[in-house]
Design a protein around this ligand. Structure first.
Ligand code: AMP
Length: 343
């Protein structure tokens, strides 16, 4: 019997920051390593999704490859056939399937997507694209084309996963078993373990998530920052005037963010790190400890990144895109036959 598929993707518009790396990339790579002997792991770059928010078109192609390489720098195996990497835009079935599935998705249901409503409000310009509105259908295609059963998603994407399930069920009810319906959110949570997702906050505005934002360069550590620059950002992190280290998200968000960072970076439990630092009156020691770890991490990742075998990576990408095209074309053909587009 064919293996079940776990599918995951990460949008790629600019260089990654430390929050992306610790909160998304490392967990994805660890998941792939953990499950690749029993599951087919599809890690794709949703590059067609990228246009739903502003991007730099001139650098976009190279940026996608650069970001893909970060996965290998983070430890994704290059020589494991059960782990496939591909670019959504290089597998034409994603787009074709979306055009078809648009007709099995109701306007009302798409209008109720919270992510759309929120993003729409954040875009101050008049121009809200159909691409932004329709991207949950593209996401359904990403999933359904590969018979994916498990799709690890954050809170913001749960509703979209439900939509993919709805579309698959609607289609199957009308045309017979065509799609593998992804597992329910509950089953997914049981499979992946229900852990609270990691949230690294800005070093300058610890009430806000660290993000790639032009107005907060000192609050955000970029993966390719000079390690010494990153050190300075940590040392000048905003703290408080309490005068004692406590893990307290509400009253000491800056200090708490540093404690969280330290635990993740050292691979220690939060309790262990808290025990070590709680009650200390000097914040410098905690900052120094975090800065050391950040420097170490960036040096390590940047060195590994520089040493990656680009030729081998592009070779793998080519092979895996061939695989993805073959696999997805089979699903597309089933659908085309079901609805009368092919004999
Ligand atoms: P974004 O850069 O907002 O498109 O986020 C891509 C993914 O990176 C998200 O789905 C999150 O899982 C993760 N991520 C982004 N920012 C953070 C952060 N500050 N802390 C932890 N994870 C993050």
């Amino acid at each position: 019997m064919a293996k079940s598929t776990i599918l995951t993707g990460l949008r790629t518009n600019a260089d990654y920051h430390l929050g992306n790396y610790l909160g998304a990339i490392l967990p994805m790579v660890q998941m792939a390593r953990k499950h690749s002997s029993d599951y087919q792991i599809n890690m794709f770059i949703p590059d067609l999704h990228s246009f739903t928010t502003p991007i730099d078109f001139d650098t976009f192609y190279e940026q996608s490859i650069r970001n893909l390489k970060v996965f290998f720098a983070a430890g994704l195996p290059l020589d494991n056939e059960n782990v496939r990497v591909y670019r959504q835009s290089h597998v034409t079935a994603h787009s074709e399937m979306t055009v078809i599935l648009n007709n099995f998705t109701s306007f009302g249901q798409l209008s109720r997507m919270v992510e759309f409503k929120e993003k729409r409000e954040r875009i101050d310009e008049e121009f809200v694209s159909v691409g932004l509105f329709d991207y949950p259908v593209l996401m359904a295609s990403d999933i359904l084309l590969y018979d994916a059963e498990y799709v690890p998603v954050g809170d913001d994407q749960r509703q979209h996963l439900e939509l993919a399930r709805d579309i698959a069920e609607r289609f199957n009810n009308r045309f017979g078993e065509t799609f593998v319906v992804p597992k329910t959110i509950k089953q997914q949570a049981e499979f992946f373990g229900i852990e609270e997702p990691l949230r690294i906050m800005s070093l300058q505005n610890p009430d806000k998530k660290m993000s790639k934002s032009i107005d907060d360069p000192n609050g955000t550590i970029m993966l390719f920052d000079e390690p010494s620059v990153a050190r300075k950002k940590v040392m000048s992190a905003v703290t408080d005037s309490v005068g004692s280290v406590n893990f307290d998200r509400v009253n000491q968000p800056g200090i708490t963010n540093l404690l969280i960072l330290l635990a993740v970076l050292c691979g220690k439990s939060q309790e262990e790190v808290n025990k070590e630092f709680t009650g200390m009156s000097q914040y410098g020691e905690l900052k120094n400890a975090v800065a050391d770890q950040v420097e170490l991490l960036l040096e390590g990742v940047q060195k590994t990144f520089a040493e990656l075998d680009d030729v081998r990576i592009m070779e793998k990408l080519g092979q895996d895109e061939l695989y993805a095209n073959e696999y997805s074309q089979k699903t597309l053909l089933k659908v085309q036959k079901a609805i009368g587009l092919r004999k």
